[in-house]
Design a protein around this ligand. Structure first.
Ligand SMILES: [Zn+2]
Length: 274
């Protein structure tokens, strides 16, 4: 396995775009856990600084109400300080300053803010857009419904009016030196990708929702609850563990932990793999 190309070093900052209440069963595959407690998790995106332009990974959710009403999920919220504009302002940027957004996958909590970025090209895997446009959810599912966590307004916006700015990629690409997009087909979604970023702390893997808890999913190799193909998921856990010095899941509060020792202990994958 190769590390992200070492030509450049960046900083990766989490942006807090809201909060969601979900079941902890999502942390373990087939929900094979006795821990079924609901947990509050952040909805994060990531800002990458240090290159020729600020780069955004993911864009949060369109609306908390839609998450609850359409996907039939638990309480969601987006505070005043949790808009994309407010979170970018923490680092001195406006939405129009973002020229590139890399989308890990198109679920409602990752692709809801694309229309708020008037100048960004939107880089996403072709297989992910295709799957999101024609999701495989059975009608009447108690949670998720036929849309299976894709918001049709997000997907409609990408197809038109944002289409001219959508850049579809197929497989692994390096959009900037030191930043790699790696496709993991049929894992959390059909076209989920991880963004590996070279930083002074090593390679940071921005993994979308392929990983929920780093030591559980990557360290122990026990995949999280939602996936399409278990073998692909196991392969992804191993590959993410091998490529990453630090793993940043979208919904793990430990990404925001201020004590650096605790943060590193939670996010630096133990590597049991040969
Ligand atoms: Zn998510």
């Amino acid at each position: 396995m190769t590390k992200a190309s070492k030509t450049k070093e960046y900083q990766v900052h989490p942006l807090i775009l809201g909060e969601a209440q979900v079941g902890s069963v999502l942390d373990i595959f087939w929900s094979l856990t006795k821990n079924v407690a609901p947990v509050k998790v952040p909805v994060l995106a990531f800002l990458i600084e240090g290159g020729s332009e600020p780069i955004l990974v993911d864009t949060g959710m369109r609306s908390a109400d839609r998450a609850m009403n359409i996907h039939k999920l638990g309480p969601h919220s987006i505070g005043e300080d949790n808009t994309l504009a407010a979170q970018l302002a923490r680092f001195g940027y406006k939405p129009e300053d973002i020229k590139t957004v890399l989308i890990t996958h198109l679920h409602y909590d990752h692709a809801g803010g694309c229309e708020d970025l008037p100048n960004a090209r939107i880089i996403v895997q072709r297989s992910e857009l295709a799957a999101a446009a024609a999701p495989v959810g059975p009608r009447g599912l108690e949670i998720g419904n036929r849309e299976l966590f894709y918001d049709r307004e997000d997907i409609a916006a990408l197809v038109n009016p944002l289409w001219e700015r959508v850049e579809l990629i197929e497989g692994d690409v390096t959009p900037f030196p030191g930043i790699d997009c790696i496709l993991y087909p049929d894992t959390h979604t059909p076209g989920s990708q991880c963004i590996y970023v070279n930083t002074p702390d090593g390679v940071v893997g921005i993994v979308g929702d392929i990983v929920r808890k780093v030591q559980l999913n990557v360290g122990q190799g026990i995949p999280p609850g939602l996936y399409y193909d278990l073998e692909q998921m196991l392969r992804a856990m191993r590959d993410i563990g091998q490529r990453s010095d630090l793993v940043f899941p979208t919904h793990d509060p430990m990404v925001l932990e201020e004590d650096p020792e605790k943060r590193l202990a939670a996010l630096r994958p133990e590597k049991p793999w040969p």
